[in-house]
Design a protein around this ligand. Structure first.
Ligand SMILES: [Mg+2]
Length: 133
C-alpha cells in the first residue's frame, strides 16, 4: 500500500517526465479536480439509489467508479502539493472542526446543517456528509 506522500512524489515524477508542470497551475488543477468529480457524479446520473446499490457488485461499474475516485484523489493530491497543504493534517483539523459543529447530542440522526443545529456556530459554508439531503 502506497502512502499519500509517496503517491504525491510519483505524481510529480509523472508530471515532470512529461514536461506538464507548465500546465499544472493551481487554477488548472482545481478545475481538473472538479471535472473529475463531475465524471464521478456522472456515474450516478439518472440512477436511483437502489440501482446504484446493485451496481456496486457490477465489475464494469466498479472499475469506472474506481477510476473516477482515483482521478479525484490524484488531482486533489496535486492541488495540495502545489498549495503546500498537508492533506492528512488538514483532514484531521477539519474533522475536529466538524466534531465541534456537529455535537453528537444535537446531530445524532439529523441531516441538519450545523448552522441549523446550533445557530451560535458559524463558519465556512462547506457541507459535510448529509445522509438524506
Ligand atoms: Mg476521469
Amino acid at each position: 500500500m502506497t502512502d499519500l506522500a509517496t503517491l504525491q512524489q510519483q505524481l510529480i515524477h509523472f508530471r515532470d517526465d512529461r514536461n506538464w508542470k507548465q500546465f499544472h497551475t493551481l487554477k488548472n488543477l482545481i478545475i481538473s479536480l472538479n471535472l473529475e468529480a463531475a465524471e464521478l457524479l456522472e456515474l450516478t446520473q439518472w440512477k436511483t439509489d437502489a440501482e446504484l446499490a446493485a451496481l456496486k457488485s457490477d465489475s464494469r461499474f466498479r472499475e469506472q467508479l474506481q477510476d473516477e475516485c482515483a482521478d479525484v484523489l490524484l488531482y486533489l493530491l496535486q492541488v495540495a502539493s502545489d498549495a503546500g497543504i498537508d492533506l492528512l493534517q488538514a483532514a484531521e483539523n477539519k474533522m475536529q472542526k466538524n466534531a465541534l459543529r456537529y455535537p453528537i447530542g444535537q446531530a445524532y440522526g439529523s441531516a441538519k446543517k450545523h448552522t441549523e443545529l446550533n445557530p451560535a456556530t458559524t463558519g465556512s459554508s462547506d457541507t459535510p456528509h448529509r445522509p438524506d439531503k
